[in-house]
Design a protein around this ligand. Structure first.
Ligand SMILES: Cc1cc2nc3c(=O)[nH]c(=O)nc-3n(C[C@H](O)[C@H](O)[C@H](O)COP(=O)(O)O)c2cc1C
Length: 233
């Protein structure tokens, strides 16, 4: 690549060169032949902007509100796990921009909260050990996160084939220290999958549990991953 990177694809190429393959594959890979991943990229390319002409754009204000909170641009970074694999500052740096902190972040809820005053939300899963979910939610609330984002589209982790091949290692995540060991070691494929499938995710999670979640937090609960209009209705 010549000169400074100027677009996302060029940054991705730099990341590919800089990161150990096992981490690069984790960030960039998808599940099951990466079929949906490819479809998402294609669908995005199919979106066209219809610019209107002769509109005064000399002063542009992209600020808006989300859940009543003012944000400077209508961009939120989706929760994604394990940022410290890419940069020593991890989620603390991401949160300076705009972020929904992942349940499985590599910085703690508290570290990210004290890094700056951005509006932030906390993403959670419901683990079989409900006390763990309750503990993390209460910490997020205490630290001033404004909403809980419950991921509802992954009762099981997608079958991420690159992670299986790379025998992806699950680290001990600091948010869970003293609560549960997130370090799992099997010789059989991705350790992340092994942890989620065997130890962590409560696959019985259903609508009735949303009431439970709302009973343990005063924050608004948003559902992340509603995929059909039947579920949205
Ligand atoms: C490396 C990586 C880690 C992710 N970790 C999480 C996570 O911890 N929690 C979560 O709810 N979603 C997680 N996601 C899913 C994203 O939030 C998002 O829903 C998904 O990537 C689809 O959006 P996209 O098409 O813009 O990538 C992760 C995605 C990636 C690529």
């Amino acid at each position: 690549m010549e000169g400074e990177p100027v677009n996302v694809n060029e940054f991705q190429e730099l990341a590919r060169q800089a990161l150990p393959k096992i981490y690069y594959d984790y960030y960039s890979g998808g599940a099951e032949d990466e079929y949906t991943l490819k479809q998402n990229v294609e669908a995005f390319q199919g979106i066209t902007i219809r610019p209107r002409i002769l509109v005064d754009v000399s002063r542009i204000d992209l600020s808006t509100t989300v859940l009543g909170y003012q944000i400077s641009v209508p961009i939120l970074i989706a929760p994604s796990a394990k940022h410290k694999w890419a940069h020593p500052e991890g989620e603390v740096a991401t949160a300076r921009a705009a972020a929904i902190l992942s349940y499985r972040s590599t910085c703690t809820i508290e570290e990210v909260a004290s890094s700056c005053n951005a509006v932030r939300f906390f993403q959670c899963y419901v683990y079989k050990r409900r006390d763990i979910s309750a503990n993390l939610l209460q910490r997020a609330e205490r630290c001033g996160y404004k909403a809980i984002v419950l991921t509802v589209d992954s009762p099981r982790l997608g079958r991420r084939e690159k992670d299986i091949k790379n025998k992806m290692v699950n680290p001990q995540l600091k948010n869970f220290e003293g609560l549960i060991s997130t370090r799992v070691s099997t010789d059989d494929g991705s350790n992340i999958e092994a942890f989620d499938a065997n130890t962590a995710f409560d696959a019985s999670l259903s609508w009735k549990d949303i009431g439970w979640l709302r009973s343990i937090t005063n924050l608004p609960v948003l559902l992340k991953g509603v995929l059909t209009h039947e579920d949205g209705g």
